[in-house]
Design a protein around this ligand. Structure first.
Ligand code: CUA
Length: 315
């Protein structure tokens, strides 16, 4: 699955299509006015040495020209206002009945993602990654844990702020499968640029399989190295911030790691999720992503190797 370009001019969701329409309508109307204005300006410059009419004839001409321009501007602005109103209505109507409900909480600098189901046992928690079935009408409730962030998947919809103490909402309805880049679009501190996520749109079967894997709980290590890794995880400071289903770690200050290895990105897009990157991240998170809230946990080399092996196995 290739990574989609993150472009508002390549709409691949219902909402993004409406936004692309209004963007092209405004570009067309304003571009036409600008071209007309420049055309008349050039014409005036070319004709300035010709003998111009004077007196009553000149006044009549100015009046006619003014009426024409004012008419054009009024018609143009009314047209754009109407197009904007219709787009707004279309956006409200789109995806009005949620088939998938999500809660996304913004943190400095990562995204907490929770699938909310009427049946609590079907709830899924992940981070920096959103899986959706193609065509589904999705409602995402947005909130923030600290400062103002902004949720933006350019190919699927516009931006929506996440505001501390308030709940906002954004709706998505992806029309094609693929991987879509998402960003924080509101400056929120030193690592704002590495507050990224991905939306993975897949077929209904692939989505159901992904959800079933997430619900299955974390992998239980069977070999000595990974078992040692889990012991290191439980003994070190990790459980103070993270959760892994089936261990003593149940905190939500940092991302849920129950299926950490199934995610393509590490540290909200700062790195791809490979073993080498994971080791570099664990050894010194501040060198990879300065200012982030993950402390340096000093571990002997053997413990670090075990920890990397364990976390890397959490598919
Ligand atoms: Cu969060 Cu910028």
């Amino acid at each position: 699955m290739s990574l989609s370009a993150h472009s508002v001019s390549q709409p691949l969701g219902v909402h993004a299509e409406h936004i692309a329409f209004i963007w092209h309508a405004m570009l067309g109307a304003c571009g036409l006015m600008y071209a007309l204005l420049l055309g008349f300006l050039v014409m005036t410059l070319l004709r300035q040495h010709r003998s111009a009419p004077a007196g009553v004839e000149l006044e009549k001409r100015i009046e006619r020209t003014l009426i024409l321009w004012v008419g054009l501007i009024v018609v143009g602005l009314c047209g754009l206002t109407l197009a904007s109103f219709l787009t707004d209505r279309a956006l409200v109507r789109a995806a009005s009945e949620p088939q998938i409900a999500l809660r996304v909480i913004g943190h400095q600098w990562w995204w907490q993602v929770e699938y909310v189901d009427a049946d609590n046992s079907q709830n899924v928690r992940t981070a920096n990654e959103i899986h959706l079935p193609v065509g589904a009408q999705v409602h995402i409730a947005l909130s923030s844990d600290d400062v103002i962030h902004s949720f933006w998947v350019p190919n699927l919809n516009g931006k929506r702020d996440l505001i501390p103490g308030r709940s906002t909402e954004i709706r998505l309805q992806p029309l094609t499968t693929g991987r879509f880049r998402g960003f924080c679009a509101e400056f929120c501190g030193v690592q704002h640029a590495y507050m990224q996520f991905e939306v993975i749109v897949e077929s209904a079967q692939e989505f159901a399989a992904w959800k079933a894997r997430q619900l299955a709980g974390a992998v239980t290590p069977t070999d000595p190295l990974r078992q040692a890794g889990r012991d290191v995880f439980e003994r070190a400071a990790c459980p103070l911030c993270h959760a892994i289903a089936g261990t003593n770690a149940a905190a939500s200050t940092g991302p849920d790691l129950s299926h950490f290895a199934s995610r393509r990105l590490l540290a909200a897009g700062a790195l791809t999720n490979t073993r080498d990157h994971l080791r570099a991240w664990l050894q010194n998170p501040q060198r990879v992503k300065p200012g982030n809230h993950m402390p340096v946990v000093d571990l002997p080399g053997r413990d670090m190797t075990a920890l990397v092996a364990y976390l890397g196995s959490l598919q």
